[in-house]
Each structure stands twice: as C-alpha cells, then as structure tokens.
Design a protein around this ligand. Structure first.
Ligand SMILES: Nc1ncnc2c1ncn2[C@@H]1O[C@H](COP(=O)(O)OP(=O)(O)OP(=O)(O)O)[C@@H](O)[C@H]1O
Ligand SMILES: [Mg+2]
Length: 313
C-alpha cells in the first residue's frame, strides 16, 4: 500500500530583516521526514513554536511568502506540486485549522460551509456532516459568534469531513476543550481514519497524541527527535529519546514532573545535539558531532547517539 502522505527531508526557513538592513536566514524546520498510510492517525507532538503549524501550512502550500521550502512532499505517491495542491485543497486534502478565527464572522455557518453552492446535493451532504457531529439543521442559521468553542470545532471538522477527504490535517483541534469533548472530537478523527483517510494530528499534548494516534512523531526545536508507536507510551522504558522520556514523566498521570530548561530558539542552534542543554545523560561526543542523524531504532526512529539510556530524569 502506498502512503497517502510522504514527506522527505523537509526544511523550512525564513528570511528576516534585522535592524532594517541585515538579512538573516532562520531555519525553523530541519530535515523532517514522515509517512502516513491510509487508515492511520499520525500525531506530531511538540512544544509551542516548534514548527507544527508551519508543517501543516507547507503541505497545503499556504506558507507566508518570506519562507523557503526544501525537500519533497508526495501525495498518493506523486509529487504535490503547487498546481496539484491547489486542485486538491478543500476536497481530497483538508485542514482543520488551529484557530476558529478561520470562520468568517459575518457569514452564517451553513452559507460558508457550502462555499456558495446551493444545489440540493451539497445542502444534503453538509446537513448529514453536521448531524454526524451532533449539530442540527438550526446550526446552519447561526453566525460563528453564536457557537460555543466546542461547536465551532465540530463545525470545522464537519466541514472537513463533508468532502470525503483522503488526507486530513488537524492543527491542534482540541485546545481549551474539556476532556470529554476533546475525547469525542478525537474519536471522530479515528472514525474518519477507519473509513480510510490518513490523519495528521498536530498537538502540543503528548498524552493525547499517544491515546489517539497509531504513531507519534516528537518535535524538538524544529527537528524530529523520535518517532514512536502509540503502545511505546505504556512503558517509559520503551521510549527512545531522553526528551520523550522527560515528557512522559511530565504527564499528569506519571507524576507531573516538569521538563527542566527550555528549547533553543531557531536562531540559537549550535552544532551537535540540540537537546544537549536539557539532557541529563549528555556526553562529550554528543556535542562534538556536527549533526546527530535520525535513525531507525527498535521499531521507531530516534535522533540520539545513546537512546534508551537509564538515568534520564
Ligand atoms: N512568517 C514568519 N516569519 C518568520 N518566522 C515565523 C513566521 N511564521 C512562523 N515563524 C516562526 O516559526 C516558528 C514555528 O512556528 P509555528 O507556528 O509552526 O509553531 P507551532 O509549533 O505551531 O506553535 P504553537 O503550538 O504555538 O501553535 C516560530 O518560532 C515562529 O516564530
Ligand atoms: Mg501552531
């Protein structure tokens, strides 16, 4: 089976101007590779500012113009060119955006969902989609400000699912929702995957990621530092990278132990392991190497010279 989405060595950088004239290139995502097969939910988990939304926007080709992208993105085995994504965006490939502000505040829900189409087929399709998420016909007559946060999220998911997409990119779809509502929304994504779609689920919540996804990709300072199976999170000894282990101990159910220190900003990165400043098992060799490669390890991938070391945290 062909992956529905395949990202190969993706890097994203920005040109920024400092003090008016000095041009500086800032790499935000470095050498990112991932695959999503039909029926799979793949979570990308990372702290705020680690490049998760940029990853989503690069797939959809909606990055700001001061950005520069390298690497390849394949959809269904074929290169996703700007012309192709333009055609597929909103139908086969959909985004559930991070903010509900993507809804037009001046347009009723029904009208904006149908994007101006008035034929009975389209109306019926959206009525069914809304209904699936517990939203009645009356929702179509509401303006976005009349929706609760959870309803607005469900409207966006209904909108995404109505077109029978093959790839859904959900950028932080459950912020600020109570566990029950978040769980139901994530259950909807699982259902869409079971119907054959590939789901890229972006979140800062590793616990949520490991509960809903089949595979979890952990981001640190713009790089993948680990790719794990969801079941690896059942036991910290199965996790490969010291950062993932530290995040595991930071989960409420594992003692809420905060991760010490903070991630370096894109402009501050030096050679060697980027996690070195926060790693309790860092060795000289980790700093001396120019780069630390991401490599297959024990059924997943890891960017660490000494994975699964005891003593971290
Ligand atoms: N247009 C831009 N120009 C320069 N830098 C940018 C631009 N857009 C984003 N960035 C930088 O890229 C980094 C990643 O941003 P991104 O929005 O992808 O983070 P994120 O992981 O989605 O964070 P969050 O969890 O808060 O949504 C940030 O450091 C941000 O400052
Ligand atoms: Mg984001």
């Amino acid at each position: 089976m062909e992956p529905v989405l395949q990202i190969k060595h993706l890097s994203i950088d920005f040109t920024r101007y400092e003090r008016g004239t000095k041009r500086r290139r800032l790499t935000v995502i470095r050498d990112l590779s991932l695959e999503i097969y039909p029926g799979q939910v793949v979570a990308v988990a990372g702290a705020s500012g680690s490049g998760k939304s940029l990853l989503a926007h690069s797939i959809l080709d909606i990055l700001p113009h001061n950005s520069h992208v390298e690497g390849e993105i394949l959809y269904d085995g074929t290169l996703l060119t700007p012309e192709r994504i333009e055609r597929l965006r909103g139908s086969e490939i959909v985004l559930v955006p991070q903010g509900v502000s993507y809804l037009d505040p001046l347009m009723k829900v029904g009208t904006q969902l149908r994007k101006g189409k008035k034929d009975p087929g389209t109306k019926e399709r959206y009525r069914i989609a809304l209904n699936r998420y517990g939203l009645g016909e009356e929702t179509e007559e509401l303006y976005p400000f009349e929706l609760s946060g959870g309803m607005a999220r469900r409207v966006m998911i209904a909108s995404a699912s109505a077109e029978s997409p093959r790839l859904i990119i959900a950028d932080e779809p459950t912020p600020g929702l109570d566990a029950g509502t978040a769980g139901r929304i994530l259950g909807h994504f699982r259902e869409l995957a079971d119907e054959g779609a590939g789901i890229l689920f972006i979140t800062h919540d590793l616990e949520l990621a490991s509960e809903v996804a089949d595979r979890v990709v952990v981001f640190y300072a713009g790089e993948t530092i680990e790719e794990a199976r969801a079941e690896d999170f059942a036991d910290v000894a199965c996790l490969r990278h010291p950062y993932t282990k530290a995040l595991w101990y930071a989960m409420p159910k594992h003692g809420f132990k905060p991760v010490q220190g903070s991630q370096p900003y894109p402009g501050q990165l030096r050679s060697g392991c980027h996690f070195a400043g926060q790693c309790e098992t860092c060795r000289e060799e980790c700093l001396e190497r120019e780069t630390i490669p991401l490599r297959p390890y024990d059924g997943g991938r890891v960017r660490c010279l000494y994975p699964k070391e005891e003593g971290q945290v």
